[in-house]
Ligand binder design. Structure first.
Ligand SMILES: NC(=O)c1ccc[n+]([C@@H]2O[C@H](COP(=O)([O-])OP(=O)(O)OC[C@H]3O[C@@H](n4cnc5c(N)ncnc54)[C@H](OP(=O)(O)O)[C@@H]3O)[C@@H](O)[C@H]2O)c1
Length: 331
């Protein structure tokens, strides 16, 4: 007999969407999967895009919103090794997080790092998978190199600043208010640039004696694309994970030739579980020890009960937050 659970449903997907609590069938883990009783789920802008109707889940993924959770393993599917019922975990999902239970493919599971609260652990997966694969795999950020992180106060930005600082890189960040800039400095940025009153190209150039930075992590796009080229050093790498200010721009690519630049853009959600597992293994080896040592922490802006998911979306859309917004199943 199937069991039920509470989950968030999207009513009237599109501009006036509403998030409401509903009762649905509890999912069952298949081969190589576990069932997690969710303690908390992270909110992501992709969830907002999905509710607006513009970002459907990849084939085979749960139609329920939610790309990351923390919680306990309560059931193991066939062919699962290395995990036990009762283990405290956090996980990256292709969907299904805004619910009391979520099915997770084993490669997408990570233990809750030592010293991290179970609810706060839901703030870790999406940002650290994204930051690691973009900065290390794609942009090949090397020892001693410098980096500019746009959206420094975002979930992604707060993780990226801390990771790069902990690994000894020179970090610059941009953000849209004095408070957000102060937060970026608190996370370890050498210089936070308020993009509303300062030109990040000029600030970065001045701070690096005209050289520029080796790597830029960008989520803004639009007119930042060409300005990023100017802020990069010779052989610099620009990696975009979103184009919040627009995916179209009038760009003079000439500077790319002269400075031998690389421009990349990636998404995480539709990658295979195996590929996500390779990133997860790197996180477990390289990043989780830094979290356990207190050098990187989950940055939690706010925690709301599942029933207030709509409020959580409104807060994210307002950009008033610093770090991650979480939903907890403990109403
Ligand atoms: N490609 C991938 O695999 C991947 C993975 C995860 C996330 N993402 C994307 O990366 C972006 C950041 O994610 P997140 O969860 O860290 O987001 P977030 O916490 O909501 O932060 C985004 C921040 O970006 C800043 N921003 C700068 N320019 C903006 C603009 N034109 N429109 C809106 N915000 C602007 C805002 O702060 P200010 O006040 O400083 O402007 C805002 O708070 C999102 O677009 C997300 O969908 C992509």
């Amino acid at each position: 007999m199937s069991q039920s659970m509470r989950a968030i449903a999207v009513e009237e997907p599109g501009k006036g969407y509403r998030l409401v609590l509903s009762t649905v069938e509890r999912p069952q883990p298949g081969p190589g999967e576990v069932l997690v009783q969710v303690a908390a789920a992270g909110i992501n802008r992709a969830d907002i895009a999905q509710a607006l109707g513009g970002y459907p889940p990849p084939k085979g993924a749960s139609p329920i919103l939610g790309l990351e959770v923390s919680g306990h393993i309560v059931a193991l599917g066939p062919q699962v090794e290395g995990w036990r019922i009762g283990d405290e975990v956090c996980a990256l999902l292709a969907g299904g997080g805004y619910a009391e239970f979520a099915v997770v493919p084993v490669p997408c599971l990570l233990p809750v790092p030592q010293g991290v609260d179970l609810v706060a652990a839901a703030a870790l997966p999406e940002v650290h998978f994204t930051v690691w694969t973009n900065l290390m795999d794609s942009a090949r950020l090397d020892v001693g190199q410098s980096v500019l992180i746009h959206g420094g106060s975002s979930g992604i930005g707060t993780a990226a600043i801390q990771l790069c600082t902990a690994r000894g890189h020179r970090v610059f960040a941009t953000a849209g208010s004095a408070d957000k800039c102060a937060a970026c400095i608190g996370f370890g940025a050498e210089r936070a640039i308020n993009y509303r009153s300062e030109d990040f190209v000029a600030v970065v150039k001045e701070a690096t004696e005209g050289r520029g930075v080796d790597v830029i992590l960008d989520m803004v796009g639009g007119d930042y694309i060409e300005r990023n080229f100017h802020a990069l050093a010779l052989n610099g790498r620009l990696v975009n994970i979103a184009f919040m200010a627009g995916a179209q721009a009038n760009v003079n690519f000439g500077v790319m030739l002269m400075k031998r630049l690389s421009f990349m853009a990636t998404t995480l959600r539709a990658r295979s579980s195996e590929e996500k597992g390779r990133i997860g293994a790197a996180l477990r080896a390289q990043v989780w020890p830094l979290i356990a040592a207190g050098k990187i922490r989950p940055v939690v802006d706010s925690v709301l009960p599942l029933s207030r998911a709509m409020e959580a979306h409104t807060r994210m859309a307002s950009s008033a937050h610093i770090g991650k917004i979480l939903l907890t199943t403990a109403d």
